[in-house]
Write a protein that binds this ligand. Structure first.
Ligand SMILES: Nc1ncnc2c1ncn2[C@@H]1O[C@H](COP(=O)(O)OP(=O)(O)OP(=O)(O)O)[C@@H](O)[C@H]1O
Ligand SMILES: [Mg+2]
Length: 300
């Protein structure tokens, strides 16, 4: 785990980071285990006029894993995912997509790379059915006509692959679905468009127990099929259930990032509320990691 700053171990200690056993990756390209992350953020900052929403974020988002992004209200979670989704352009820093520097000027740039974002108030059309929604903007045609048969087969196959089995008919209007089913359709749409990275902002916030279960297992399945998943959640039970990695934002700074096993609920709450924790299981033989309060930048 790395706390209070750089994930790569390349910056000086006075930058406020406290490395553990998992630091030490090169400045770009591969991580220490030889994999190139799908997306690598380096020194990302974003300001809105005088408001510094993000400061110096270094974060790797690997394929085949669920990275959970947590933080209190206003910590910068939505701003960070909007940068990755091409909605905002960072004020500073660099993004590397599969090892190559990229500049996302629009959501379309992100979509073209294979980045799909699923928002809670999903951009689905209530009056259209599931198939039409899944193919909206990607309709297949035959002899100048919509190829309904092919579209239906593709949509059905994708839902089956993701084991979304609770919908009665794929021809029912999306307006008649439950929140969890809507979420599942939005995720299936992202998968069908061959998204390599699926970003989800609070996917379970408005869902009941069964629907939450549906979405959480879908997230796990996405990762097991090789997609990278970046999920924002306030629900630490959900986070510890699905995440492989946890990244904690505090007042726009990355307070800590590492494998889920290095955190527990108490340490994540510490990090979310104060930017530091002395309760991290960070591979230092059970010794707590000293960490500095990122709001003051001084030892406490
Ligand atoms: N368009 C904007 N213009 C000005 N300030 C903004 C804008 N968007 C976000 N901010 C500010 O940036 C900071 C981070 O906001 P952000 O929405 O990313 O937080 P968040 O972690 O997603 O919070 P929440 O959990 O409440 O959704 C906040 O101080 C917010 O007021
Ligand atoms: Mg938000």
């Amino acid at each position: 785990m790395v706390t209070n700053g750089s994930e790569d171990g390349t910056r000086p200690a006075d930058a406020g980071r406290v490395p553990s056993g998992s630091g030490g990756v090169p400045a770009s390209g591969e991580t220490e285990n030889g994999d190139t992350p799908l997306m690598r953020l380096r020194g990302i900052g974003k300001s809105f006029g005088p408001v510094q929403a993000l400061t110096d974020i270094d974060l790797d988002i690997p394929a085949g894993q669920v990275t959970a992004l947590v933080g209190d209200n206003g910590a910068g979670k939505s701003t960070l995912i909007k940068c990755v989704a091409g909605i905002w352009q960072p004020t500073t820093g660099q993004m590397l997509w599969q090892g190559k520097p990229v500049h996302l000027h629009s959501p379309k740039d992100a979509t073209d790379l294979g980045i799909a974002t699923v928002y809670q108030d999903l951009a689905l059309a209530d009056n259209l059915d599931i198939v039409q929604n899944m193919l909206l903007g990607h309709e297949s045609t035959r002899f100048g006509l919509l190829d309904e048969v092919n579209m239906e087969l593709t949509a059905k196959q994708t839902l089956q692959d993701l084991r979304v089995t609770t919908v009665r008919s794929i021809r029912q209007p999306v307006g008649s679905l439950s929140g969890g089913q809507r979420q599942a359709v939005a995720v299936a749409k992202a998968v069908m468009q061959e998204a390599k990275l699926v970003i989800m902002d609070e996917p379970t916030a408005a869902l009941g127990v069964t629907q939450t279960e549906l979405v959480l297992s879908l997230i796990e399945r996405l990762a097991s099929r090789g997609h990278g998943v970046l999920v924002v959640s306030h629900n630490l039970t959900d986070v510890f259930r699905v995440a492989d990695r946890v990244a904690v934002l505090y007042l726009g700074h990355l307070a800590a990032v590492g494998p889920k096993e290095e955190f527990d609920t108490a340490s994540v709450v510490d990090l979310m509320t104060t930017g530091a924790s002395t309760r991290l299981h960070n591979g230092n033989g059970g010794e707590p990691t000293a960490s500095r309060n990122v709001s003051s930048g001084s030892e406490d």
